[in-house]
Design a binder for this molecule. Structure first.
Ligand code: PLP
Length: 413
């Protein structure tokens, strides 16, 4: 059977597909240590709260209503109103439910946005998505309908104490030409755990506004929920910003509920696309979380339960790693948020892909770093083949075992 161009493009072995395959394989092999995927932790306190809320929403009929009905293509009205109210109250953002669209996970929102605001235009122009700070999220890499739809900029690297480092946007090197359709950053960043500072975000916003292109902030791990963030930063939104959020990293990835906050024109466009592709996004997540959004409990649980849980785990894993493989053999990106540690083996004698294969043979699954540089013009930049991403949020024993395997394989190299 011959696939169309679309079929060929989207059936190639994409980085994200490899990740999902490995995740599946690991699930079949109970011995494998899965530090590769992006599954959030099942935090016992949160799981109990989810259970109670599910029971409550079953009893009051909201869950059944959500199962019995289609929502509109823009998503559940009551949930969007509750979200708009929360952001108006907490941050003074001038938004209503018309500034919000729900999607089946934020992943699908990125696909629609990348192809709405970049790619091939009717007048023959071609526009790209700019990632100003590589490395960036692997899941963006194959989300363009056009070829070469992404361009990324190398980071500036700050060397910090204790074998840590931090990426910063290299504004001197950042070129935003007329071929850029939008700027996109994840904050906190998957894979590095970097959190762009308020100053960096303000500067990127100024650049985007000056160019009359939107700035997408992927807030999947960000503040105010799920707040997997260990530094003091402010949520950011204005009418030129497209803020993408999700219920996934709160601990509910199976709900597939993404949230886009943007100018009404963008929201209307997303809603039209959603009608064609999905009819409507799922109403289960909205039914389950609406009361938490109305009461503000979603912020309280994020700050009081989720953030400390991940921060403690991140610090513990950094400590174990530094003991096992001291600097300068291993440098770790300063963990500021998200579920991952980004490990840099400067001068590694094999590529991160080869390291991945060797670790896999020993029963440890991580993600090789080079996948996280979509659009980077310099394919020879050694740094991208010297890093790996590790999910630190899995059970303690697994993380410890994984680090022991990493130590053994790295020492053998
Ligand atoms: N953005 C980032 C940075 C992510 O890491 C992920 C998932 O891992 C997503 C977006 C997509 O999440 P979801 O589609 O579950 O909302």
């Amino acid at each position: 059977m011959q696939f169309s161009q679309f079929g060929e493009k989207f059936t190639r072995l994409a980085g994200i597909s490899q990740l999902m395959d490995d995740l599946n394989e690991g699930l079949k092999n109970p011995e494998a240590i899965m530090l590769g995927g992006g599954n959030p932790a099942a935090i016992p306190q949160m799981v109990e709260l989810f259970r109670q809320e599910t029971q409550q929403r079953l009893d009051d009929g909201a869950l059944l209503q959500a199962m019995l009905n289609y929502d509109g293509p823009q998503g559940h009205d009551g949930f969007r109103q509750a979200l708009a109210g929360l952001f108006r109250r907490e941050y003074g953002w001038n938004i209503t439910a018309d500034n919000i669209a729900l999607t089946n996970g934020s992943q699908s929102a990125f696909f629609n946005l990348f192809n709405l605001l970049a790619g091939d235009y009717a007048d023959g122009k071609k526009k790209k998505v700019l990632f100003p700070l590589a490395p960036e999220y692997i899941g963006y890499a194959d989300g363009g309908l056009a070829e070469d739809q992404f361009v990324a900029c190398k980071p500036h690297i700050d060397f910090l104490e204790n074998g840590l480092f931090k990426y910063r946007v290299d504004f001197d090197a950042l070129e935003v030409g007329d071929d850029i359709g939008m700027i996109c950053v994840s904050r906190p960043t998957n894979p590095t755990g970097n959190v762009l500072t308020d100053e960096e975000i303000i500067k990127l916003d100024e650049i985007a506004q000056a160019k009359n292109i939107p700035l997408i902030i992927d807030n999947a791990y960000g503040t105010p929920f799920p707040h997997i963030i260990f530094s003091e930063v402010n949520p950011f939104w204005n009418h030129n910003t497209i803020l993408c959020m999700s219920l996934s990293k709160l601990g509910l990835p199976g709900l597939r509920c993404g949230i886009v906050i943007a100018d009404q024109k963008i929201i209307q466009a997303l809603s039209n696309i959603s009608g064609i592709i999905n009819l409507a996004p799922s109403g289960i997540g909205p039914a389950l979380m609406q009361r938490w959004v109305e009461s503000g409990d979603i912020l309280k649980h994020s700050a009081d339960i989720i953030a400390p849980f991940y921060q403690q785990k991140a610090e513990q894993a950094v400590h174990w790693l530094q003991e096992a493989i001291p600097a300068p053999k291993l440098r770790i990106h300063k963990p500021e948020g998200a579920l991952f540690l980004w490990l840099w083996f400067e001068g590694l004698s094999v590529s991160s892909q080869e390291l991945y294969e060797r670790l896999k043979q020993h029963g440890l699954i991580i993600v090789p770093g080079h996948y996280f540089f979509p659009g980077l013009p310099d394919k020879n930049w050694r740094h991208q083949y010297e890093c790996i991403r590790l999910n630190y949020a899995q059970p303690e024993e697994k993380v410890k075992q994984g680090i022991a395997i990493l130590q053994q394989v790295i020492n053998a190299l």
